[in-house]
Every structure is written in C-alpha cells, then in structure tokens.
Design a protein around this ligand. Structure first.
Ligand SMILES: Cc1cn([C@H]2C[C@H](O)[C@@H](COP(=O)(O)OP(=O)(O)OP(=O)(O)O)O2)c(=O)[nH]c1=O
Length: 202
C-alpha cells in the first residue's frame, strides 16, 4: 500500500475543510491562533504568502511529523486590502465599494513538512466582476450573516453567487483554497491526489 504522510490542515475555515475533504484524502485539522497583521507595506501576493506560511508554521512547530497546509485569502480593490469585516457596518461599507466594479482575490498556500522543515509557498489570483447592487440589496445580504467571516464581505459559493457577474481565473482561489495549485504542491511532498484516490477506490 502506498504510504500517505499524515496531512494536516492548519485552518479554522469550514470552506477550506470542505474543499480539502472533496479530494478524498484523510486529513486532520489543527487550528492555531496567529497574528494576521502585517506591519510593513507589501504587495498583496506577498501578504497572502506570508500569512499562509505563518499559519502553517504555527502548526508545524507543534508537531513532529506531518504535511501541514496553511492558506490565506484577501480581496484587493484599487490597491486597498479588504480582509474580513469587523462588523455589519464594515461589511456594508466594503460591499458599497465592491458593487458594480472588478476586484482581485488573492489566495496564498503554504505547505510544510514538519519532520524535515521543507517548505513551499505560492499563490493564485482571480479577477471578480461584481454586478451593481442597491443599498437595500447590500443591507439584505449583510443581514443574512453570510458576509461576516469572509474576506471582502461576500461568499461566491453562497448567496454571494447571485451578486457576482463573472470571474477571470480559478474559482477555488476566490473561495479560499486554490485546489489545482494545492494538488501540485502536495505532489512535491509525496502526496499524489489522483494516485491516492485510485488506492482508496480499489
Ligand atoms: C472572497 C471569499 C472569501 N471567503 C472566505 C475564505 C476564508 O475563510 C475567508 C478569508 O479569511 P482568512 O483569514 O483567509 O481565513 P480564515 O480566518 O477564515 O481561516 P484560517 O485563517 O483559519 O484558515 O474568507 C469565502 O468563503 N468566499 C469568498 O467568496
């Protein structure tokens, strides 16, 4: 039988958990409390890479063995970084800025082998075109509660699907975990998604 190293998702995001579960590979979830502030001015790509590494290493530092995956997602409009809203007012404010315009979603992924310390980090970005929204629509959307734990205050996979006109790029990057990128990174750590799936189906 093929040896599959213990895979660990260093994320409290239910979306990331569901996406990884969709690959059919067993994994554990270990969530750590990391400081998500970055002091220096950095490019958005650098920001999501740094935070993904911070999340993965916070977990890999606490274990001896395992392949740890961390990720981070931000929304960027005209150079302004929109993270998760602090409250409903903040969510309304973000959506008023995003409506009727295009923005870029950046997702960083870091994979660390806790035993060897080997580390890979990369990112993807996707352009999202949001349709124009009335103030009443924005308020109704925020009242659903869906925007409150999402970068940019919307979820493309949920009710937010009705406010996105179209995207240019990878859908999973917007949801928070670029799957094609992750699978290719895992290959470098000996975890072959398609081969592993074949094994489990036998
Ligand atoms: C834009 C967008 C973001 N999101 C979510 C994905 C992430 O959970 C969240 C961005 O916040 P993150 O700080 O990247 O992640 P998190 O705090 O939820 O989880 P963790 O740090 O433990 O991994 O926004 C969606 O679910 N759908 C979307 O369309």
């Amino acid at each position: 039988m093929m040896r599959v190293a213990r895979l660990i998702l260093a994320s409290g995001s239910p979306r990331r958990r569901e996406l990884l579960a969709g690959l059919g590979i067993a994994f554990d979830v270990i969530v750590s409390d990391v400081d998500e502030t970055i002091k220096e001015e950095v490019m958005p790509s650098e920001m999501v890479r740094t935070l993904a590494c911070r999340k993965a290493s916070a977990v890999s530092n606490t274990i001896q063995d395992g392949i740890v995956v961390g990720a981070d997602t931000i929304v960027v409009l005209d150079g302004e970084v929109l993270g998760k809203p602090v409250d409903k007012q903040d969510a309304i404010h973000m959506l008023k800025k995003l409506q009727g315009r295009s923005h870029t979603v950046y997702s960083g992924v870091a994979v660390i082998d806790a035993a060897s310390g080997k580390q890979l980090v990369d990112h993807r970005s996707t352009l999202v075109h949001m349709r124009p929204l009335t103030d009443a629509e924005i308020e109704a959307y925020v009242e659903t509660g869906e925007p409150l734990d999402k970068a940019g205050s919307y979820a493309i996979q949920g009710i937010g699907s009705t406010i996105v006109d179209r995207i240019d790029g990878d859908y999973f990057t917007v949801v928070g975990l670029p799957m094609e990128l992750l699978a290719s990174m895992l290959t470098s750590f000996g975890i072959h998604v398609l081969k592993a799936t074949e094994e489990t189906m036998r």
